[in-house]
Design a protein around this ligand. Structure first.
Ligand SMILES: Cc1cc2nc3c(=O)[nH]c(=O)nc-3n(C[C@H](O)[C@H](O)[C@H](O)COP(=O)(O)OP(=O)(O)OC[C@H]3O[C@@H](n4cnc5c(N)ncnc54)[C@H](O)[C@@H]3O)c2cc1C
Length: 535
């Protein structure tokens, strides 16, 4: 039997971040990962002979700059480059929108002079509130605790600190914040803009990983969630990690190992050991036990509590609530090997637009219908697809002259209706996704020489993402901030002593941020220090 200070379940980027901070502080850390590779949803894999890609998460912006610098990821080989254009939205009528530094306003003006006058104002409104979110990303949200004691005093100070950040906003900015946390993106965009592509540009961010209509209340928050990132100091920008998303997690693993953390792959956890109401280690699938003072979980909270923690260690109330944790981001993911770059009818030939996130969802009504169709039918027959061709920025991913593309497809049901299985419909839906791109870029389908398909069920099987949920749980108001993963447990501490949440199911939620891993490490270190001060 092994013994260590901290055992971390899962080597996703958050588990690795948590491991690095804890090891840096001098704790003995052991990370155990079910897959053969580290990285969780942030990995680069060869999906077709000679073609590598970021097979799940595919683009970077939310990765926290403090994590990048504390873990010295650049020294461990991480290099992030900006896309030459941010987004390209072709329309079936032949018009298009192309955004990016120095281009957005002109491109919008070609579609609507009224919208060109408004876009900077709206972008600034988003930016101000995104700045507020940035201040909350690396701090635990105020946690609700019962009774009066040291914890309630600490939490009162935390709530005060949070309130102080909000108090710095003007009344008008506070109104904006309320809108962005509670309203639908669709309503807000209809009020501000007239052109469909301009609305779709923002509306797409509201439905990414959000199995909902852009007119669903709360979708504006998801739009905001995708705006708090930055690349190389440029706010709101999306970029590419050279070598794919796996380069981020390889650098994190190197950082953690460099500080002494041990990382074992092919080492799934079967059960969390609970003794005297305290997490005391884990039992691996092969029967080995690792005892530890602290157990940190990088996996989806519902997976942790319904599959790994013995049910009799939890109260029925806790168990009932976590069983209702809402998963299912409506995501279908493909990686394709291409023998040629696509040529879009709206903007034929090569160009910077092929380095952009290419959004096939020309208006908010299209996104709304996609959601309704998926609910009734299991997938939308006019699906939303984002195409990203990272090999236009990174020649290491494909043989010379050839390319790889990520197809990030939105609005498929996490579970198909009428007892149908994704295993029986995966290929048919993959054909539909490729045909959808082909409608806008004729010849695309015949350029596909290899493909990898990840239905929601495949995402669950391969990455442990329940319901294929890319964020470890929906970003709805009842699952955010102090309620992530549950009121009373927003401080990264679970219901058992010694058990912590360090994955995307904790604040600030999904995306390759490193923030939950960073924050959980701070909670563990605080408890560790308190333990030794008390002695
Ligand atoms: C298809 C897809 C596209 C996405 N696109 C983007 C994007 O472009 N940009 C972005 O910022 N975010 C994106 N996301 C979201 C982002 O990737 C995730 O929110 C983030 O990677 C989650 O990181 P994590 O470390 O919290 O968890 P994970 O990456 O899920 O890691 C959890 C780890 O735990 C392991 N595990 C599970 N069960 C066990 C067990 N029993 N024992 C041991 N280990 C176990 C898993 O194998 C996994 O390695 C995407 C996600 C997906 C799935």
């Amino acid at each position: 039997m092994n013994e260590t200070d901290v055992v971390i379940i899962g080597a996703g980027h958050n588990g690795l971040t948590c491991a690095a901070y804890l090891a840096m502080a001098g704790l003995r850390v052991q990370v155990v990962e079910r897959r053969k590779v580290v990285g969780g949803a942030a990995v680069t894999e060869e999906f077709h002979p000679g073609f590598r890609n970021s097979v799940a998460a595919y683009t970077v912006s939310l990765l926290n700059p403090k994590v990048v610098s504390d873990l010295r990821l650049a020294e461990h080989g991480l290099r992030i480059v900006e896309r030459r254009a941010q987004n390209f939205l072709p329309s079936p009528d032949g018009s298009y929108l192309l955004t990016g530094e120095g281009r957005t306003r002109d491109s919008v003006a070609k579609l609507s002079t009224r919208d060109a006058a408004h876009i900077d104002v709206f972008s600034r409104e988003l930016e101000v509130i995104a700045d507020v979110l940035r201040q909350f990303v690396l701090r635990a949200p105020p946690n609700l605790v019962e009774g009066f004691g040291t914890r309630s005093i600490t939490e009162a100070f935390n709530a005060l600190g949070t309130a102080n950040i909000l108090r710095r906003l003007t009344l008008e900015q506070q109104r904006s914040l309320l809108d962005l946390f509670t309203r639908s993106a669709g309503e807000m965009l209809d009020e501000r803009f007239e052109n469909d592509l301009v609305k779709a540009l923002f509306g797409f961010d509201a439905i990414v990983g959000n199995y909902a209509s852009p007119y669903a209340a709360g979708s504006a928050y998801v739009m905001l969630h995708h705006a708090f990132g930055e690349v190389n100091g440029k706010k709101g920008v999306w970029g590419h990690a050279i070598g794919g998303m796996g380069a981020i997690t390889q650098a994190m693993a190197q950082a953690a190992r460099g500080h002494g953390a041990e990382i074992e792959t092919d080492a799934g956890v079967r059960e969390v050991i609970v003794e005297n109401d305290r997490a005391a280690g884990v039992i691996l699938d092969d029967g080995r036990a690792i005892r530890a003072r602290y157990v940190a979980s990088n996996v989806n909270p519902k997976l942790l509590y319904t599959q790994l923690v013995p049910q009799d260690a939890l109260t029925p109330e806790f168990l009932q609530r976590i069983t209702r944790w809402r998963n299912g981001s409506g995501t279908f993911r493909m990686n394709v090997a291409l023998n040629a770059l696509p040529s879009f009818t709206a903007l034929p030939g090569a160009g910077d637009h092929l380095t952009a996130g290419i959004i096939i969802a020309p208006d908010l009504g299209y996104m709304d219908r996609a959601w309704l169709d998926a609910r009734a039918h299991g997938w939308s027959r006019e699906p939303i697809v984002e195409v990203l061709i990272p090999s236009t920025l990174d020649s290491s991913l494909a043989p010379e002259g050839q390319h790889v593309a990520s197809l990030f497809c939105q609005h498929v049901a996490p579970e198909l209706p009428d007892g149908k299985s994704w295993d029986d419909h995966r290929e048919e839906v993959a054909d539909l996704m490729i045909a959808t791109v082909d409608n806008y870029a004729p010849g695309f389908a015949s350029s596909v020489i290899g493909r990898q398909i990840l239905s929601p069920l495949d995402l669950e099987r391969q990455f442990g993402l329940l319901g294929g949920d890319i964020f470890h749980g929906a970003l709805t108001l009842n699952q955010l901030f102090s309620a992530r993963p549950m009121l009373g447990h927003a401080d990264y501490r679970g219901p058992l002593k010694g058990l912590y949440h360090c994955g995307s199911g904790a604040h600030p939620g999904g995306g390759v941020t490193g923030a939950p891993g960073h924050n959980a490490a701070q909670a563990i270190l605080a408890d560790h220090r308190a333990l030794f001060t008390a002695r």
